[in-house]
Design a protein around this ligand. Structure first.
Ligand code: NAG
Length: 386
C-alpha cells in the first residue's frame, strides 16, 4: 500500500531541493536597493506557505528595498527564510509611517530566519523626534506575533526606528548569533523585546543600541538568555511592569555568562509605582561581568515618568526569588547595587552570592536597600544591605 508519506518522499526525490526553494529573484525582486521588492517577497511567501513540504525562501546577496511586509500564516509546512543579502527600508521614514511594524510574521508555526541583515534607516525618524517635531511613531524592524517553534539565527539588525526585534505572544522561539546595532542615543531602539511569550531562548548575541539591550514585558515565562554582550544600551530590563492593574507576571527568567560594557544599567527590574496584580518571580542572574556600568544591579519600583498617574502610590508588583550569583566588575556610579522596593509589596527572597562590584573612581562602591528581604553567601561587595 502506498502511503501519503511515501508519495511525499517520492516527490521529494523526483524534484530534489531545487523545486522547494523559492528564490525571490524569480518572483521579480531586484537586488539593486532601489526597486520595491515587497510584492515579490510576498509572492514568494505565498508559494512557500502553500507548499505541502518544507521549503526555503532564498534571498541572495545584494540589497532589497522592502516596505511594510506582513508574512501571515498558518502555512502548510515549515519554512526557512535564508537571507544572504540586506533588506533595507525606504529612506524616507514617512513611507513606513504609522504602520508600527516593518517586517511582521504573524500566526506562523515552524519558521526559521537564517542569516541576512536588516537596515531600517532609522536616522530620519530619530532626528525628527529629537527636533520635537510632529513625527510618525516609526516601525519595529522584525516582529513575531503568535509564532510557534521558530528560530532566528545569524541575523544582523541595524538602525531600527523603534525596537529591533519583537517576540510577542509566541511559544518556543530560539534566537542565536544575532547582532544588533544602533547609536547609543537613538530613542526607543530596544534590541530584543519579549512579551506574553513562553520558552524563548536568546544566545550568543551582541547588542549595541540606544535603549534596553533586552526588555522583558508582562507574560514572559521560561526565558533563557546566555552569552549576551550588551552595551551601549540600557541593560537587560524586566519591565517596565505594572503600568496596568490587570497584568500578567514574569517568571522563570535566566541570564548567564554575559557581559555588560558601558551600559546605563546591567541587571534591572523596573516597575511603575502604582497598583497592579502583576509579579516577578524565580529570576536567576549568574556569571555576569560588568565593565563601567552605571547601575550594575538595580530594582526600581518607583517608576513614574513625568509624575503622571502615580504620585504618592506604591507598586503592586510582587517581586520574589531573585538570585544574583557571581556578578563582578566595575560600576560607573558610586551606588552599584540598588534594591528600591515597594513599601506595600516588599521584595522577598533576594539572594546574593559572590558579588564583587567596585566603583571606578574611588574603588569603594555602595549599596542601597529599601523594603527588601533575602539571604546572602560568599563575598559581598559593596556592603550587603539586605
Ligand atoms: C524554566 O525555564 C527553563 C527554560 O529557560 C525550562 O527549561 C524549565 O523547565 C522552566 N522551569 C519551570 C519550572 O517551568
Amino acid at each position: 500500500m502506498i502511503s501519503l508519506v511515501s508519495i511525499i518522499l517520492l516527490l521529494h526525490f523526483l524534484f530534489g531541493n531545487a523545486a522547494l526553494t523559492f528564490n525571490v529573484i524569480k518572483f521579480g525582486a531586484k537586488a539593486d536597493g532601489k526597486t520595491d521588492a515587497t510584492q515579490p517577497f510576498l509572492r514568494a511567501w505565498a508559494s512557500a506557505c502553500n507548499s505541502m513540504v518544507t521549503s526555503t525562501i532564498y534571498v541572495p546577496k545584494g540589497s532589497f528595498l522592502i516596505r511594510f511586509a506582513e508574512f501571515r500564516g498558518p502555512c502548510k509546512s515549515a519554512i526557512k527564510l535564508r537571507i544572504d543579502g540586506t533588506l533595507i527600508a525606504p529612506k524616507d521614514y514617512r513611507a513606513l509611517g504609522n504602520s508600527g511594524n516593518w517586517i511582521l510574521f504573524i500566526q506562523v508555526n515552524r519558521i526559521s530566519v537564517i542569516g541576512g541583515a536588516l537596515d531600517a534607516m532609522g536616522d530620519g525618524v530619530w532626528k525628527c523626534k529629537k527636533a520635537g517635531q510632529n513625527c510618525p511613531v516609526g516601525a519595529r524592524s522584525l516582529t513575531f506575533n503568535w509564532v510557534k517553534d521558530a528560530q532566528i539565527s545569524g541575523l544582523t539588525s541595524m538602525n531600527s526606528q523603534l525596537m529591533h526585534l519583537v517576540i510577542n505572544s509566541c511559544k518556543n522561539v530560539k534566537v542565536s548569533n544575532v547582532k544588533i546595532i544602533a547609536p547609543h542615543d537613538s530613542p526607543n531602539t530596544d534590541g530584543i523585546h519579549v512579551q506574553s511569550s513562553t520558552g524563548v531562548t536568546i544566545k550568543n548575541s551582541v547588542i549595541k543600541t540606544g535603549d534596553d539591550c533586552i526588555s522583558i514585558g508582562p507574560g514572559t515565562r521560561n526565558l533563557w538568555m546566555e552569552k549576551i554582550q550588551c552595551g551601549p544600551g540600557h541593560g537587560v530590563s524586566i519591565g517596565s511592569l505594572g503600568r496596568d492593574f490587570n497584568e500578567d507576571g514574569v517568571e522563570n527568567v535566566t541570564l548567564i555568562n554575559s557581559v555588560f560594557s558601558g551600559s546605563d544599567n546591567g541587571l534591572r527590574i523596573k516597575t511603575w509605582g502604582r497598583a497592579s496584580k502583576g509579579f516577578v518571580r524565580n529570576i536567576k542572574y549568574q556569571n555576569i561581568v560588568m565593565r563601567n556600568v552605571e547601575n550594575p544591579i538595580i530594582i526600581d519600583q518607583n517608576y513614574c515618568p513625568n509624575n503622571r498617574g502615580c504620585p504618592g502610590q506604591s507598586s503592586g508588583i510582587k517581586i520574589s526569588e531573585v538570585s544574583y550569583q557571581n556578578i563582578q566588575g566595575t560600576s560607573a556610579t558610586q551606588v552599584a547595587m540598588v534594591f528600591d522596593c515597594s513599601s506595600t509589596n516588599p521584595c522577598r527572597g533576594i539572594k546574593l552570592t559572590d558579588i564583587k562590584l567596585t566603583y571606578l573612581k574611588t574603588n569603594k562602591a555602595q549599596s542601597f536597600c529599601k523594603n527588601v528581604g533575602g539571604t546572602s553567601g560568599g563575598v559581598i561587595l559593596p556592603d550587603n544591605c539586605l
